[in-house]
Design a protein around this ligand. Sequence first.
Ligand code: NAD
Length: 472
Amino acid sequence: MIDFSAPYRLLIDGQLVDTTARLDVVNPATGVVFARCAAAGGSELDTAVAAARRALPAWKKLSASERAACIARFAAALEAHKEPLARLLTAEQGKPVGQSRDEIARAASLSVGITRIEVRDEVILDNAERFIELRWQPLGVAGIITPWNAPVNLAAGPLASALYTGNCAIIKPSPFTPLTTLRIGELLRELLPAGVVNVLAGGDELGGLLTAHADIDKISFTGSVATGKKVMASCAATLKRVTLELGGNDAAIVLPDVDVADVAKKLFFAATVNSGQVCMAVKRIYAHASIYEALCTALVAEAKKARLGDGLDPATTLGPIQNRRQFERVCELRDDARAHGHLEEGAQRPAGGGYFIAPTVVTGLAEQDRLVAEEQFGPVFPVLRYTDIEDAIQRANHTRYGLSGSVWSRDLERARAIAARLEVGTAWVNQHRITAADVPFGGAKESGLGRVYSRLGLQAYLEPQVISVLKG
Ligand code: NAD
């Protein structure tokens, strides 16, 4: 049974391991350290990588359906332990506990969904002279580095993909949110052969050690653009395969024909769920001048309805920002927005030392203002006016980010045509932030490299090998 109390230990070679080094974990709703966990350094990493390499031959020899059965048992364990895991996730991450439950449930269903995807070897040519075959072979040991905004979900996708395709894995959660991932390590210990998965909490420097490690074959990294570039540079030394899921500055373009009240609800949720700390949150809204005022009024009304507080309080709809550094960054962007535009704040900030920021609708900003140009990763978002759709598309695309975006209209054909012109990995129509195990997701431009989920995502854990036979 999972509980809140220590110890929180690493999983290495099937053993739960304590260390003298420790990470302090802060509850963002209070700003106070509420737990400590073991922290790995280079020697624990070497031991884990050696264990993963030892486990690899037997693991990759299993059939895909045998590996899928292990992943199904893992998903069932997540479901069975959903409540304590969700409460722990909220304590360390801050999101409302209902959203934590959703994250655990989603991690479970996503993991199973991934195992329903087939990557088939294929015969390219088979004639009298030649036989040519394309085989997909596991890469070996995958390092999975996750951020603090959705630590369970963002570990589950890469983990299920790596395992299902016959790889072993080392998971390194963010030092801000290591606890739920370590508890999941305890569950995995009961379900998998020793060494197949190892869970190492640690600081940023441990991430650097993973990317540089000569016996790790692939890195799946989810995090910021700045760190993603460092990861790619470090992986270059050993030509590791790398998947990068990075930040975004998603635009939502709202056409004049929408039901304003309905769209405002959906956009508000997509901009502020998990207090806006979502890579594919709506981060800029472009509204046609004819509905601009009405949409802003409706968004402010949504902001006023929100209940800001400790995520463990069932009445809370918006939790705190996850850590002090991010809190200070969002405050800085909000102050900059206050200097250049107009702010309408919603829900009241609770008393105490938590990192709370009220949901805030910002008007009157220009493209070069920081809240428009940068990824805020917080519940403060700009609404920008346009009259000409060409201008809106051009402004939406005027960014180095390219994760996702959306277009909102009753005219589906027109909306689809506009969506196709957004320079993003995913362009939604009348929805935002919707992903599925069988649909590729990932960033264009500086929002990432490669795709997760779907056959494309699985192929990123496999090396294509050609067997070419000259007959006769
Ligand atoms: P971050 O880049 O600071 O850290 C992410 C992880 O990388 C952490 O585990 C950290 O310890 C590790 N790390 C730090 N320095 C490293 C290095 N030099 N080498 C290897 N690993 C290193 O990101 P964050 O602040 O934790 O997360 C927020 C960012 O993540 C936002 O930009 C957000 O948009 C992005 N994100 C993207 C997606 C996506 O799917 N595209 C999903 C969630 C979050």
